[in-house]
Design a protein around this ligand. Structure first.
Ligand code: FAD
Length: 612
């Protein structure tokens, strides 16, 4: 049986020692009263819920999958999912980071991020049901009319209703400009103002139908009759599974079924417990969100939230895979250590003595702990973007979130794929066998590189839109943070092993960016050829920065305990060893990535299409 222990100590290290989030959040009027005790208490309770309620459903949910009824079109989630969701709602968890005016608790996204990491470790498939509601909430909060907000936000906040995002169609995924779903104005008597009838087919809709909540709020992209072709002609609509007429709303209930239903479920590699639904819209009644033809911009609020959410899914999987692989490596006896027996009383040594097994474990650990620091930092910037009283500070924070979002999405999900795979390798053949649970983590991790914009699309977004489009302004701003850290600790002897490679990589990223900008000017294919490698190099720059900072905090803590004569906390010993591992064994990957990024488009484009 797999296991999961919420990593509370490391979460608290990142929150309170590395990022000092409490004073940073207290500077925001919305969170002025927040304190460390509240944050820690919420984490503890959230961890308990994840480990005790959601985690036990992970393997059974994977095995059972979801059930679709051909007659009624109703979808039933695996056994136990509905009861766990009811407990989640009962505990007020969906309301954690929602606004108090809609019934929310008004806690920062930073805290919610930590809760979601633990939920994703426990059960990614289950977590997607409530997870998508947050993006729907944010999108309606930013672009909804007062009536839409009044109707939907309290229900999404309480968790009585959940949300979905309906973008993909059979012929269009990445290129949403091709979408065909149609919306025509509806003049029916009794229909809410600004109503439309929507017809079309959406595929691969996560949590598209299920039995966990009383109603589902679908955010649907469609075209109006006068829409210009391409992505400039897409509008956004909110389409409830059950209509809410005035009588039903007054009675606190829901009305008749709307013209949107599940036409079937996909059979897929992982996340079996989450319903991936084909959604059919037949004259479904919906209302316009935001302005006509500007739906894609409005949807980006949800997409950006979901991109950070997907990075968080992979962070969760990396952590849980690591924990299980360590437990197995301590237990499994095979061969003797090359340096002589380490457990002479046993027939063989535990495999954790072997250097390559350690490399696999430390790889997963370094990706998990580095990813946690990056994910929490990015969410802290998001809280600042949303709530800081100074507009200039809000804009700075928004720029950083924009720059880091594709890195969180793509770097963390690529790393989780290699980390879960490495953890499976630690198990040898047993990793490939279902009962151990490890192969499920690998299968579940794979989708995170694909949905919410494939990792290639994230890379193009980073290099093309976030870096080259503003002449590297956002990247330079982040670079100034890195430079300030280097300046502060560059003379500290004990920090040289971290500062030197960080500074070196910073210089190389600058040079690479300038070179790619120049080449892109001559041939746009150069961007497409270099983007994926470029994102990984930038991911390492960000990780190197956070790992160097974590090393600095650990060294300071060790120095303090030495001064006071107290015994050093082994937590910091482990943090430093993992930092050293990261710089010695993972960061050097950047040398080959930079070479391949620089090798250009020619080797990719030279072969005639007919010769493939
Ligand atoms: C389990 C699951 C859940 C999902 N959940 C949702 C959901 O809730 N809502 C929703 O709307 N969608 C959802 N999706 C759809 C998902 O977001 C899309 O599958 C994804 O965006 C890719 O689109 P596609 O599958 O059509 O691939 P395509 O767009 O056909 O792309 C195929 C390949 O071409 C590459 N490619 C395309 N254009 C370019 C380019 N310009 N440059 C370089 N490479 C390019 C892609 O990176 C990819 O490798 C889900 C999918 C799955 C499998």
């Amino acid at each position: 049986m797999p296991r999961y222990v919420p990593p509370l100590r490391d979460l608290q290290f990142v929150l309170h020692e590395l990022l000092e989030v409490t004073p940073a959040l207290q500077a925001l009027p919305a969170h002025a009263d927040l304190d460390v005790e509240t944050i820690n208490a919420v984490l503890e309770e959230g961890g308990k819920f994840a480990a005790e309620v959601v985690f036990p459903l992970n393997q059974s949910g994977d095995e059972a999958g979801c059930h679709w009824d051909r007659e009624t079109h109703a979808v039933t989630a695996p056994a136990g999912f509905k009861a766990a969701y009811a407990q989640y709602v009962e505990g007020g968890w969906p309301a954690l980071a929602a606004h108090p005016e809609y019934g929310g608790q008004g806690l920062p996204h930073t805290v919610n991020q930590c809760i979601y990491e633990m939920l994703n470790s426990a059960n990614q498939a289950w977590t997607m049901y409530p997870g998508l509601s947050h993006g729907a909430y944010e999108c309606l909060h930013a672009h909804g009319t007062p009536a839409q907000k009044a109707l939907y936000l309290p229900k999404l906040t309480s968790g009585e209703w959940t949300g979905t995002m309906c973008l993909t169609e059979p012929h269009c995924g990445t290129d949403l400009g091709l979408l065909r779903t149609k919306a025509v104005p509806c003049a029916d008597e009794g229909a809410p103002a600004g109503s439309y009838r929507i017809t079309g087919e959406k595929i691969f809709i996560s949590a598209g139908d299920h039995d966990l909540a009383a109603n589902i709020v679908h955010l649907v992209l469609a075209r109006l009759p006068d829409a210009p072709a391409g992505s400039k002609g897409i509008s956004l609509f909110v389409v409830p599974k059950f209509l809410i007429d005035d009588t039903a709303a007054a009675a606190g209930g829901i009305g008749a079924k709307n013209g949107i239903f599940c036409g079937g479920l996909e059979h897929k590699m992982g996340i079996h417990g989450n319903a991936t639904a084909r959604m059919v819209l037949e004259d479904a009644l919906g209302t316009l969100v935001g302005e006509p033809h500007k739906g894609l911009q409005a949807m980006f609020v949800m997409m950006n939230a979901a991109r950070l959410g997907v990075g968080c899914q992979s962070l969760g999987l990396t952590e849980v895979a690591y924990q299980n692989a360590v437990a197995y490596a301590r237990d499994r006896l095979q061969m003797r250590a090359l340096t002589g027996p380490k457990a002479p009383d046993k027939p063989a040594d535990p495999i954790i003595v072997h250097p390559d097994v350690r490399k696999m474990l430390l790889t997963a650990r370094a990706w998990a702990e580095g990813g946690r620091a990056l994910a929490i930092h990015t969410t802290l910037m998001l809280d600042r973007e949303l709530h800081h009283p100074d507009e200039a500070v809000r804009r700075e924070a928004a720029d950083e979130v924009a720059l880091l979002t594709p890195i969180v999405k793509a770097f963390l999900t690529d790393n989780a794929w290699s980390a879960t795979s490495a953890c499976m390798q630690v198990y040898g053949g047993h990793g490939y066998i279902r009962e151990w649970g490890m192969e499920q983590f690998v299968r579940d991790a794979r989708i995170n590189m694909i949905y919410e914009g494939t990792n290639t699309i994230q890379s193009l977004d980073l290099l093309g839109r976030k870096v080259l489009a503003d002449n590297g302004a956002k990247l330079k701003k982040f670079g100034r943070k890195v430079a300030a850290f280097i300046e502060a600790y560059g003379v500290d002897e004990s920090m040289q092993e971290f500062i030197n490679p960080l500074a070196d990589l910073g210089d190389k990223v600058n040079k690479l960016t300038t070179e790619l900008g120049f080449r892109a000017f001559q041939n746009p294919d150069e961007v497409g050829a270099a983007a994926v490698d470029y994102l990984r190099v930038c991911g390492h720059l960000v990780f190197a920065y956070f790992w160097a900072r974590m090393a600095q905090v650990a060294l300071s803590a060790q120095a303090l305990s030495k001064q006071s004569g107290a015994q050093a906390d082994p937590f910091y010993t482990a943090k430093l060893a993992t930092a050293r591992f990261y710089f010695a064994k993972l960061l050097p990957e950047t040398a080959s990535l930079i070479r391949t990024a620089r090798s250009g488009a020619k080797p990719l484009m030279a072969l005639d299409e007919a010769l493939f």
